[in-house]
Design a protein. Structure first.
Length: 117
């Protein structure tokens, strides 16, 4: 291999690694989230979701939507692990809560309706 082809090979290798690494969402992106963010602000901070898990209009006429993200630890650890699945909950287009998938399943029975008169 000549010096020029060695440099070309190294250059293309660096470009390929950078492209692949840039495709993975990392858990550090969660630090950019704030309650009340709009869907477009979340997409700007996190990228597009891997899936939209569901959407419903509840008895209070609020639209509830759940987005799913598959997040990896920051490099170099992402190469050896599976992604962690996070769900983002939106209420009327605003971020209401987020966490690992299933974090609130055991708390569902503890959600109470409070009425002020």
């Amino acid at each position: 291999m000549t010096r020029q082809s060695s440099l070309r090979f190294i250059g293309w290798s660096v470009v390929c690694v950078a492209l692949v690494a840039g495709c993975y969402a990392t858990k550090q992106r969660l630090l950019n989230l704030n309650l009340g963010m709009t869907k477009s602000e979340v997409i700007a901070a996190m990228g597009n979701p891997a899936a939209v898990r569901g959407s419903i209009v509840n008895k209070y006429s609020q639209q509830i939507e759940v987005w799913e993200y598959e997040l990896y630890p920051p490099p170099p650890y992402w190469t050896a692990t599976q992604p962690t699945v996070y769900w983002l909950y939106f209420c009327d287009g605003k971020l209401a809560q987020w966490g690992q998938a299933g974090d609130w399943e055991h708390e569902a029975d503890r959600i109470y309706e409070v009425r002020f008169r």
